[in-house]
Design a binder for this molecule. Structure first.
Ligand SMILES: [Zn+2]
Length: 259
């Protein structure tokens, strides 16, 4: 079996048998990888600390026929504070779930790795601004080829100025001249401008940007519906997020089924 080393972030960690854990790692060089961490549940295991959720590690894995096997994991940053606060944990859980849902195993994407790392570091550092999650969503969709079209109308291709509609089913903004469809949402001019701004600027800066509560609500709802269409369901972690944080938004699954 070949051994390979890579930087990795623990996306999911499930107990498996009495002593082992099954991990989903997002690695820098190989994309998403599933692996078994043998003995990682034992109190004296050297993998116990380094296989905690959202840890950033230098990992050594043996390639297996099914699951790879984690032989070594040295902590670069355990992102401990994420696991100490429910509101932060809920946000990170959403970030981890979306990363898992938008990526395939062994499809390397360093942009996704970097985005995940910068987002988790910001959460660990106490950034609870609404822009953080919106920025993560738009950038993850950009990095994986699912970004909605926000510069021009998805129907006629003309530049969209002022307020517009966002169409989850058509994958972007629709201008005032083109027909509306069930499930379209209104998106105000300032919110559309904020979205374009967040998409264009450096991730670290965008995550610290101030966006109003109204803008956040509009973007959150638009993205929730759009993302749920792509993955064909509502992310599991959204209800946890709504429960423990003030990231409240409405999502109407009926809107997804109208076409
Ligand atoms: Zn149009």
């Amino acid at each position: 079996m070949a051994l390979y080393r890579t930087e990795a972030i623990v996306l999911r960690s499930q107990d498996y048998s009495e002593a082992d854990k099954i991990l989903t790692l997002y690695t820098k060089q190989f994309g998403k990888v599933r692996g078994i961490a043998r003995g990682a549940r034992r109190p004296r295991s050297r993998l116990l600390g380094s296989t905690q959720l959202f840890s950033h590690v230098n990992a050594g894995l043996f390639q297996g026929k099914g699951l790879d096997s984690l032989s070594q994991a040295d902590i670069i940053n355990s992102h401990r504070r994420i696991r100490e606060d429910l509101g932060v944990l809920a946000r990170a859980t959403y970030v981890g779930e979306l990363t898992d849902l938008f990526t395939e195993e062994r499809d390397a994407n360093e942009q996704v790795f970097d985005l995940l790392l910068v987002t988790l570091s910001a959460l660990d550092g106490g950034n609870l601004k609404p822009a953080l999650l919106r920025c993560f969503e738009i950038r993850l969709m950009q990095a994986t080829g699912f970004a909605p079209r926000i510069d021009r109308c998805v129907e006629c291709g003309l530049t969209v100025e002022g307020h517009a509609r966002f169409s989850p089913s058509r994958g972007g903004v629709v201008c005032k001249r083109c027909r509306a469809e069930p499930g379209d949402l209104l998106i105000s001019a300032p919110t559309l401008a904020a979205l374009r701004g967040l998409s264009g600027m450096d991730a670290g800066r965008a995550m610290n940007a101030g966006i109003s509560r109204e803008m956040n609500q509009e973007l959150k709802q638009a993205f929730s519906l759009y993302i749920s269409r792509i993955i064909d369901r509502v992310p599991n972690s959204l209800s946890f997020l709504d429960l423990v944080s003030d990231e409240r938004g409405q999502i109407n699954i009926g809107d997804l089924r109208e076409d």
